[in-house]
Design a protein around this ligand. Structure first.
Ligand code: NAD
Length: 354
């Protein structure tokens, strides 16, 4: 093997373990934070209150305002509240939506984030922010939105509904899959990607069978950490562009969209991504090619397998293909509008990925 790479990963401070939530005050000490605002999505108030009680008078408030894709008006309102409350940082508790709201505040005011992820989406490991204005989602990279500390406590994921656990887990695997054939992959990131997929592929069936299996929850969150780190360290390709277009234009749900699309994009890219195929063949159980194994995994775990059932209309195929091919970006296999439209049609109908 001839090595030829650039390794330029993000700094990360990670605390991982069942019950790690109780170490939050230590994390705040480490960062010199005394007045934090706790952010979550609606429905997760109880967990936010638990966090507030652990922080005592170092918590200046909790807000359950986070929604998918960070609407600009929500970001502006919560940012203004953080300033009024004199917050010196935010603790985000939840999935990508809660972290996204924290990132919007960090972008505007530079308030550091301590993230407590409760899904497998991976945003806590990236310097990527997103914001939606008048239905249009803008994204960018800025080191100040990268959480300064991440506390992974698998106990907080026990209540993540099974379908969300499965699709969010496959969403995480999508980061690793695209990292493995990214133009800027490096040996350490490749190891993380392979082990992340291995951990999730082994844990998700156990969670499906017994959602409160604490070992499986721990393994899945560990896999999500690794996969998230690969997302933050490499450049994503066709799969992420397509899911961004499907989510941003048609408002399809984030994790299920990733889960449906991944086997189709991987099947398309496989013939041009030998190293990724070798790594995924080691990490995923089964004997078929990796794209088929992922498709079968989604079927076994009763995840949605068609874009139609997520609300996409057949008429939308051309529009999304246009959006995903209008700008050029790296992808192992050259992309054409016709090929992407065919891929989308197969994913829309749920055909066997080829
Ligand atoms: P989410 O954060 O919207 O969470 C989905 C739902 O699950 C919410 O209703 C939430 O309240 C609930 N939930 C979360 N954790 C739970 C738990 N443990 N128990 C019970 N319910 C729980 O969804 P997501 O898939 O985590 O994140 C999607 C968003 O994150 C999208 O906007 C996406 O663009 C963004 N994202 C950004 C990046 C990045 O690098 N910037 C990376 C990944 C995702």
């Amino acid at each position: 093997m001839t090595y030829d790479f650039l390794y330029d990963a993000n700094p990360m401070r990670v605390r991982f373990g069942a019950g790690a939530l109780t170490s939050l005050p230590d994390e705040l000490d480490q960062l010199g934070l005394d007045r934090v605002l706790v952010l979550c999505s609606p429905g997760q108030e109880e967990t936010a209150e638990l966090v507030a009680s652990i922080l005592g008078n170092r918590c200046v408030g909790t807000r359950a305002d986070a929604v998918m894709h960070v609407p600009a008006e929500v970001a502006a309102r919560t940012s203004a509240e953080a300033v009024t409350l004199g917050a010196d940082g935010c603790v985000t508790v939840g999935g990508g939506s809660a972290i996204g709201l924290g990132k919007a505040i960090a972008l505007e005011h530079g308030l550091p984030i301590v993230a407590v992820p409760t899904t497998y989406a991976g945003s806590e490991m990236t310097p990527v922010w997103g914001m939606t204005t008048n239905g249009r989602k803008e994204t960018g990279r800025d080191p100040k939105v990268l959480p300064r500390s991440v506390v992974y406590d698998p106990d907080l994921t026990i209540g993540l509904p099974v379908e969300m656990s499965v699709t969010s887990g496959i969403n995480a695997m999508a980061h690793a899959v695209e990292a493995l054939y990214a133009p800027d992959i490096s040996p350490i990131i490749a190891l993380m990607a392979e082990d992340g997929v291995r951990a999730l592929a082994s844990a998700l069936p156990k969670i499906f069978a017994a959602p409160s299996d604490s070992q499986a929850r721990s393994d899945a969150l560990y896999g999500a950490w690794l996969c998230g780190a690969t997302l933050g360290a490499t450049t994503m390709s066709l799969h992420h562009k397509l899911c961004h277009a499907l989510g941003g234009t048609l408002n399809l749900p984030h994790a299920p969209t990733h889960s449906v699309v991944l086997p189709y994009v991987l099947a398309f890219n496989q013939p041009h991504a030998a190293d990724a195929v070798a790594a995924l063949s080691r990490a995923l159980p089964g004997t078929a090619d990796p794209a088929t194994r992922l498709w079968e995994l989604a079927g076994d775990l009763k995840a949605p397998r068609t874009l139609a059932e997520l609300g996409m209309k057949e008429d939308d195929i051309d529009r999304i293909a246009e959006e995903a091919t209008s700008r050029s970006y790296g992808n192992p296999r050259p992309i054409t509008h016709a090929a992407v439209a065919a891929l989308l049609r197969a994913a829309w109908a749920g055909e066997v990925p080829t």
